[in-house]
Design a protein around this ligand. Structure first.
Ligand SMILES: [Cu+2]
Length: 246
């Protein structure tokens, strides 16, 4: 009996130590994520936060599961018909068992929420040096207009290494532009201008698609994003202007 009491009142202390570990973990995470120059890339921030959340819920889940398992084995019935003796906890131990695990969990929740808020600001604050392209969506295609008037359909070309902002609207119904590789998605709506920005750091081809059910050919409303070396991009843009301008 005396031994049982000891385990029960040491439990909160153990959890409190784990809680301290959690408090320190964000410090380590912030220290390791210090970025270099340039704007904060929402895609990198998104991945970072997602992985962090996965790790946190796994660790917290494991700790909670292990403690539960330990208590289940420790206080199991050892012979048929055995009547248990309820463990009497001091008021302090009772409060500790209730509050400390809740605190550990909530501290991590608030911490992740705070980082989410920070990341949301990265998503909404367009870097000043962004390259702007206009986008008009309609049933069922995407039409892009570059600063010099060149237009493309279902194909967006952008220079590598420069943030790109899309100013979007829709000619008919609500569509939603989704660029999975860049972790961005934003609705385009008639009568309203919305925006999204992304940071194409590596040349290559990527897909984008409509992510808001918009009718019969919704699933076919997709296109290609081509990230080109900046030089090639501007040469292409000029060439297009010549061809299409007459
Ligand atoms: Cu659509």
């Amino acid at each position: 009996m005396g031994k049982r009491l000891k385990v029960a009142s040491n439990g909160p202390l153990l959890l409190f130590l784990l809680f301290l570990l959690f408090l320190l973990q964000p410090v380590a995470a912030t220290a390791s994520s210090g970025g270099g120059g340039g704007p904060d890339d929402p895609a990198a921030g998104w991945d970072h936060l997602f992985h962090e959340m996965l790790i946190d819920i796994t660790v917290i889940g494991l700790v909670f599961a292990l403690v539960t398992l330990y208590l289940m084995v420790k206080y199991r019935r050892k012979e048929p018909g055995q009547q248990g003796t309820p463990v009497r906890l001091s008021r302090g131990a009772m409060l500790g068992w209730a509050l400390i695990p809740a605190f550990a969990f909530m501290a991590d929740d608030f911490y992740l929420a705070l980082k989410g808020w920070d990341l949301f600001n990265d998503y909404r604050n367009v870097p000043e040096e962004s390259y702007e392209v206009k986008l008009e969506s309609r049933l069922w295609n995407w039409s892009f207009t570059y600063p010099n008037g060149v237009q493309t359909m279902d194909e967006l070309r952008v220079p590598e290494g420069k943030p790109v902002v899309l100013r979007m609207t829709s000619a008919d119904v609500v569509h939603s532009l989704f660029l999975p590789d860049f972790r961005v998605k934003e609705d385009s709506m008639p009568g309203r201008i919305t925006y999204l920005w992304f940071y194409p750091k590596n040349r290559g081809e990527y897909v984008f698609t409509c992510a808001e059910y918009c009718g019969l050919l919704h699933s076919n409303m997709k296109g290609k994003l081509i990230v080109m070396p900046a030089e090639d991009f501007f040469a292409w843009l000029e060439e297009e202007a010549k061809i299409k301008g007459g």
